[in-house]
Ligand binder design. Structure first.
Ligand SMILES: Cc1cc2nc3c(=O)[nH]c(=O)nc-3n(C[C@H](O)[C@H](O)[C@H](O)COP(=O)(O)OP(=O)(O)OC[C@H]3O[C@@H](n4cnc5c(N)ncnc54)[C@H](O)[C@@H]3O)c2cc1C
Length: 404
């Protein structure tokens, strides 16, 4: 172990979308940062690669432009949601000039773009270094790191640690912040299909075997789609179930007809947004998946990763300027989560419950397919961080009437 430990005001653990966005946000406030990741970039991340439009707005604030982001991805103008009995609800249109609704960008490209920018701004970057321990050392945090190349270990100290180390966050576990549980997690799998022309539509199949999760087909290029499954049945053999749905669901078969698997099938965990527990401890803020900021019904987390990074930098920098990063002085971040994020996750969780049984899922999705207002209401709640008391706001209902 080294004698004189290097100290950093802000250490960001994890350089996925959350960590990179945090590094850029802190640097924009002229606060020195160290960015750490156990991987070397570019690295893959199992994901659906679906990025909601609102994320691009946040990324533009950080200096990214849409053309650069879409160079490695595909613009989406339509979404089709399928009921267990194949009733379809269509959002958006394929007509030329239709509004772009979202984008699908393979994470290997997307994350590397974010990483290159964050790394160019950070004061120091330690990729290929895994954080294996965090402890409190007087008024600072002590981190133990292990180098991937030779397994050697060293320590550093930090004023404020931003935990962006994903769904299996070692920081969240070692600080005892999140109370995990099976019902608060989804298991996901992903494979790329190639070999046919895909249009700019994302497909979401609520197959009866996957409820309340779903199977998706998200095109990431004209001839390539990200195909995946998300379920929360711990007992299920997810790989087998995934293959069964791909082989037998009529809608999935039709969309993939002519395409072939072009990658390994890989799995990863999703930590769902209603997970109890605080997202701050003395000198520690959790962001992104480490904070379980994933929409419980859609499984989407990239938007929340980038948003929570922005908020952590906003409130963390205030605490740093006041010279006090103890938990009570990070309360604004917790308050923001409870007011602006948690209510939306609760509404999504209500939908997730409706989608849990075949009967209620079919009822809901069939009704959506036949009733525009119902479909609009669904989409307003599905996938959006709605603040508290949204339903009491007349503007919300105006949007429901006017959307699509
Ligand atoms: C199957 C699946 C499909 C999904 N589909 C979508 C989708 O279509 N759209 C969407 O918005 N979201 C989707 N998500 C969720 C999305 O992937 C996450 O919300 C997003 O990756 C969160 O970003 P993050 O930066 O918090 O974490 P990550 O992207 O997981 O990044 C964490 C980083 O931390 C590093 N790290 C981990 N531990 C350590 C350590 N101990 N020391 C140092 N570094 C460490 C990792 O190497 C990694 O680079 C999906 C997730 C899964 C599993």
């Amino acid at each position: 172990m080294e004698q004189h430990l290097k100290h950093y005001p802000v250490v960001i653990v994890g350089a996925g979308p959350a960590g990179c966005a945090a590094a850029i946000n802190f640097k924009k406030k002229n606060i020195p940062v160290l960015l750490i990741d156990k991987a070397d970039f570019p690295r893959d991340k199992v994901c659906g690669d679906g990025i909601p439009l609102k994320t691009f707005k946040l990324l533009e604030e950080l200096g990214f432009n849409e053309d650069e982001l879409f160079k490695g991805g595909f613009k989406i103008s339509r979404m089709i949601v399928y009921s267990p009995q194949n009733h379809k609800t269509i959002y958006g249109s394929l007509k030329s000039g239709s509004a772009v609704k979202s984008g699908c960008i393979p994470r290997k490209y997307f994350d590397n773009l974010l990483f290159q920018k964050a790394a160019s701004m950070a004061d120091e970057v330690l990729s290929g270094n895994k954080v294996i321990k965090i402890s409190n050392d007087k008024n600072q945090r002590r981190l133990t790191l292990r180098r991937a190349k030779d397994g050697s270990e060293f320590e550093i100290t930090a004023g404020l640690v931003i935990a962006a180390d994903g769904a299996n966050s070692i920081i969240a576990r070692q600080t005892g912040l999140l109370q995990s549980g099976e019902e608060r997690r989804f298991d996901g799998m992903r494979v790329y299909y190639k070999g046919k022309a895909f249009d700019s539509t994302v497909h979401i199949f609520y197959d009866k075997r996957t409820l309340p999760g779903y199977v998706w087909v998200f095109p990431v290029a004209e001839d390539t789609a990200n195909v995946g499954i998300m379920i929360n049945k711990k007992s299920a053999n997810i790989r087998k179930l995934f293959q069964e749905v791909l082989d037998t669901n009529p809608g999935v078969k039709q969309i993939l007809n002519g395409a072939q698997p072009a990658s390994d099938v890989r799995g990863a965990l999703l930590t769902l947004g209603k997970m109890p527990g605080s997202r701050t401890a003395d000198g520690v803020m959790l962001i992104g998946d480490a904070a379980a900021f994933i929409n419980p019904v859609t499984g989407g987390g990239i938007y929340y990763a980038v948003l929570s990074a922005k908020k952590a930098a906003e409130f963390g920098s205030i605490a740093l300027a006041e010279g006090n990063v103890l938990k009570e002085n990070l309360a604004l971040y917790e308050k923001w989560r409870r007011r602006e994020i948690l209510p939306g996750f609760k509404y999504s969780n209500m939908l997730k419950r409706r989608l849990s049984s075949e009967r209620s899922a079919e009822w809901l999705l069939k009704r959506m397919s036949k009733n525009k207002l119902f479909a609009n209401f669904f989409i307003m709640v599905y996938g959006r961080p709605l603040p508290k008391y949204t339903f009491l706001n007349p503007l919300f209902w105006v949007k429901v009437f006017l959307s699509r």
